[in-house]
Structure formats: C-alpha cells, structure tokens
Design a protein around this ligand. Structure first.
Ligand SMILES: [Zn+2]
Length: 392
C-alpha cells in the first residue's frame, strides 16, 4: 500500500516564479507559508531568495531554511507588526539567481556522472555560486581527462538530454532504483531521484532544483583543476570567462612580439600576487627565454638582456634553460638577490663574468661558461656592474 507523497512545488514545477500564499506562523521576522515555492537549500545548493508582497509593499526574503517544523522564510523588516498570521501574501522568486543555480546544479550531475564513467572518480562534494561550480573529487585526474569529460558533457548538452525527476517511496527505491543509482544511498521516507536521459544515462538521489533539459545549460567551461578541486563555469558566465581568457592570451601574444618591459612587469606582478606554483614559474620563464631577444640591447655586438625577476629561483632557471635562444647573454636578478648569468654566446663566458664580479666585490659565487651565479646582496646597481664589465 503506497501513501500519497506530498511533492513540493520546487520539485513539481521548478519554473514557477511566484505564488499566492497565506502566513500560517510567525517567529520574529521569519514566517511559514501555506504554499512553499522556495528551495530551502541542501546538497551544496544554496537556498532561494526573493521577495514577498504584503498590502502592495514589497519586502526581501533574505533566506529560506528548513527544520523539523517545515520551511521558514526570513523577511527583511524592522516592523514587528508587519507579519501577521492568516495574512495573504504574494511570494516572488529571485528567478535569475534560481535559474542560474538550476543550470549549475544540473551541470554538476552531468559532470559527476562523466567523472565516474571516464575517470572512475567519485564526487565527494559540490559547491555552487551563480554560474559557477566547484567539485571536490576523490582521485586526482589529468588535465587531459578533465577536458575529455567536458567535451562529452558539452556534446550531451548540445544533444538536449532530458532531466527527469522520479519520486518514489523507500520500498520502491530499494527494489527498483538503489542498485543502479550513483552516489549516496537515501534513507528518506520518500526518495527523489534525478535521471539524465530516457535510458537512464545517470541516476542519483537528489532533492535539489534542476533544469528540464540539459540544453538550457548552454555549455560548461573549465576554470581550474588543482589537486582534488575542479572549478567550472556554466552558461553565459562561462562564455564571458572563456572570451576574457582568450583576450588575455591575445594581449600576451601581442606584447611578446614587441620590445619592452611591459610583459615582464606584468608577469612579475602576477607571480607576486598569486604565489604561482614553481611549475608555473618554469612555464613563464620558458616563454620569456624563448622570445628573449626582443628585450636585448647590443653591447660590443653581443645581445645582452638584463632581467629583474625577484621571485625566480635557480631551479626554475635550470628547468627552463633549454628554451633559451641562441647567441644571447642574460643577467637575471632572482630571489634573495642572487644574480644569474646565462650565456648561449660562445664569446661571453658566464663563468668569467661571475669571476670578475667576485674579484670586484668579494661576494660568493661560481659556475660554468653557460651558467653561473653570484650573490649581489647590498650591491647598489648590479646591472650597472655587469654592463661596466661587458663594456670594458
Ligand atoms: Zn541535483
């Protein structure tokens, strides 16, 4: 014998934007209503906000939450007499925000499904902002695997796969759904499942709000993949982000073909600001070394480059050396006021220049003809010193 299940509107019709209701209880500035339209939060998805209209005045609903006694709406008012039991009101959803969460949350179902299918990787946790998803995964995956997941996700979005809501009692769930469902087991009296596609591409227990068709998501875009955290953008926010990233790349490409210190300044600022990983320093140095001649000045027919990169360390330089252009002489002032001399110009020996600096200053250092280093702590203008040695 199955009991009749009381299905909330945010499950039955997640596209409904407003509803007439009656205040059934009041506690401070929080109220309970005869009809519930707002999602009270859960499963990483934030609760709905919006407004209520009482006697043609509009008040913000700043939060919605659920406890044993039901769903409570927190109203932004200082007027204690405003909220009265039995009062008729109109409840209006902040639709832009809700729809954005519906898209992001549905996108997460799709990505979590593909992460399991392609990478054998579970979703530990998911967090949402408008147009943004953060997924904590159980295994580290490669960037390439991640791109494969997103490619397949976007293909299914283009196909227009349906998102189907199934609500059954616990007994039916155990009998017909438990075995094939992804993710955590439900112990609720009534179980709500979300299925992607008619044939059951993905099936998982979820009480959140979703779009009816994956095509509404429009697209999923990668922001970052670090350790166990995958960050994604969806829909318009994703497209804007992708275009901004491309703009940055084009600007960078433009700058690197020009002579000047702009790119270096920019890179340095970024390194300082974001504490970019050592790995990224290597990539940046490789990029600089690869096009380094654009910053060179001629001293005695030699290509001389003087670089100040105060966050760069010896290890990063060594890892990037292969990329250095031929016939250049680089003096790079790195972390802890260490001056690195790197030479791909047979006429100029890094070892000899460093030896001269040591003779002149009494500092410590050494190296070979291609790569040498010396401390320049407390030396006023190390580059001037290098230049004077080169010109003499
Ligand atoms: Zn869901």
């Amino acid at each position: 014998m199955s009991k009749k299940i009381d299905v909330p509107i945010y499950w039955k019709n997640p596209y409904q934007k407003e509803i007439q209701a009656n205040i059934i209880s009041v506690k401070g500035t929080s109220i309970q209503l005869s009809q519930n339209l707002f999602y009270p939060g859960g499963g990483g998805q934030l609760s709905d906000t919006g407004s209520i209209i009482i006697d043609s005045s509009e008040y913000s609903v700043v939060d919605t939450n659920k406890n044993e006694s039901g769903i409570w709406y927190k109203i932004d008012t200082k007027d204690e007499g405003l909220l009265q039991k039995n009062q008729d009101i109109l409840l209006k959803l902040n639709w832009k925000r809700r729809y954005s969460f519906m898209k992001a949350h549905s996108a997460q179902h799709l990505v979590s499904h593909l992460l399991e299918k392609i990478c054998n990787c579970d979703t530990e946790k998911a967090n949402f902002e408008e147009g943004k998803i953060e997924i904590i995964i159980s295994e580290k995956i490669s960037l390439e695997q991640c791109i494969n997941v997103l490619e397949e996700a976007n293909a299914l979005i283009s196909e227009g796969v349906e998102v189907i809501s199934i609500i059954v009692d616990q007994e039916t769930y155990r009998k017909d759904y438990l075995e094939q469902a992804r993710g955590k087991e439900s112990h609720e009296e009534n179980v709500r499942l979300i299925q992607l596609g008619e044939k059951g591409l993905d099936l998982t227990c979820c009480g959140g709000v979703h779009v009816e068709n994956l095509s509404e998501i429009n697209g999923i875009f990668l922001e970052s993949l670090k350790e166990y955290t995958l960050k994604l953008y969806v829909d318009k926010q994703g497209m804007t982000y992708a275009n901004l990233q491309r703009k940055l790349m084009i600007e960078l490409e433009d700058i690197t073909t020009k002579k000047g210190s702009k790119l270096l300044e920019m890179i340095n600022n970024k390194i300082e600001e974001n504490e970019i990983l050592e790995e990224s320093n290597v990539s940046l140095l490789k990029m600089i070394f690869n096009k380094i001649k654009v910053w060179s000045e001629k001293i005695n027919e030699n290509n001389i480059i003087l670089l100040s990169l105060p966050e760069i360390e010896r290890q990063a330089i060594l890892a990037s050396l292969k990329e250095l252009e031929n016939d250049v002489f680089v003096a790079l002032l790195g972390r802890n006021e260490i001056l690195y001399i790197i030479s791909t110009d047979e006429r100029l020996s890094a070892k000899e220049i460093v030896k001269t600096i040591i003779d002149k200053t009494g500092k410590k250092g050494g190296g070979n003809p291609a790569f040498a280093q010396v401390s320049v702590k407390d030396i006023d203008k190390p580059f001037e010193l290098v230049k004077s040695i080169l010109t003499s």
